[in-house]
Design a protein around this ligand. Structure first.
Ligand code: UDP
Length: 229
């Protein structure tokens, strides 16, 4: 093991270009201030990430996904992670609602891409692209690619989920460099996305944990059921 994050552990392999991501059941919120475990979350997030990465690859988005090895492990390309979290929003929620005093649920006229600097010490502050360029976290060309890829991921996932009765409210992506290219890394699951049921607007994501709404495991299972059909 060479890295342990909040939700995953990373292991090196005999091949220096490949790593194994191990998905844990640990759940954190508010930058680690709230902690618990969600039963089988690791299994569900590993499987859901596999489904989404496969869908994205089919649609021409390059990702770090190689293959799922077992319930909790995924073989991935080893990226040099760009220390910027990219958030795409279709509907106002979470920190955007709070920061700008808007009602959660307000639709945005078009998808908005935001960047956050990956820093636990600073609580992942919202930044503008110029900050990332000025401090050498990414080049202007890389950010342009990040932007284009993030919007493409949004269109693909939004459509796929809509067909399954799910509204894609917002989500977070992480990108990295691999053999001179920017590719999509990390995971795509209810920990990193907001999913609302189209009919009831019921939350099917980690907000159930963050906000103590109950039915956390059930929501993750329900999301997996929706995307597996
Ligand atoms: N998100 C994430 N990791 C983070 C912060 C946010 O995966 O460290 C995801 C979150 O699940 C949501 C989107 O990014 O789908 C936007 O989150 P927001 O900025 O509203 O922050 P929150 O209020 O959820 O912390």
């Amino acid at each position: 093991m060479f890295y342990e994050g909040k939700a995953k552990k990373l292991y090196s392999t005999a091949d220096p270009d490949l790593v194994i991501a191990y998905f844990k059941d640990d759940a954190t919120a508010f930058n680690g201030k709230k902690k618990d475990t969600i039963e089988d979350k690791g299994v569900m997030n590993n499987r859901m990430s596999e489904l989404f990465f496969t869908l994205l690859e089919k649609n021409g988005v390059k990702t770090h996904f190689v293959r799922r090895l077992n319930d909790r492990e995924m073989l991935c390309k080893r990226l040099q992670i760009i220390p910027v979290e990219t958030v795409v929003r279709n509907i106002v929620a979470g920190s955007m609602a709070k920061r700008l005093g808007r009602e959660e649920g307000e639709p945005l006229p078009h998808p908005i891409v935001e960047y956050y600097y990956k820093s636990d010490a600073l609580d992942d502050p919202l930044i503008i692209g110029e900050h990332a360029i000025a401090f050498g976290w990414a080049t202007a060309a890389e950010l342009k690619q990040v932007d284009e890829m993030a919007l493409k991921v949004n269109s693909i996932l939004k459509r796929f989920l809509d067909e399954r009765g799910v509204i894609l409210v917002d989500f977070k992506l992480e990108f990295g460099r691999y053999q001179g290219e920017v590719i999509l890394g990390d995971e795509i699951c209810p920990d990193t996305c907001r999913f609302w049921d189209k009919a009831t607007r019921q939350k099917l994501d980690k907000d159930r944990f963050r906000r103590d709404l109950g039915g956390v495991e059930e929501a993750y299972h329900e999301m997996l059921r929706r995307v597996e059909i």
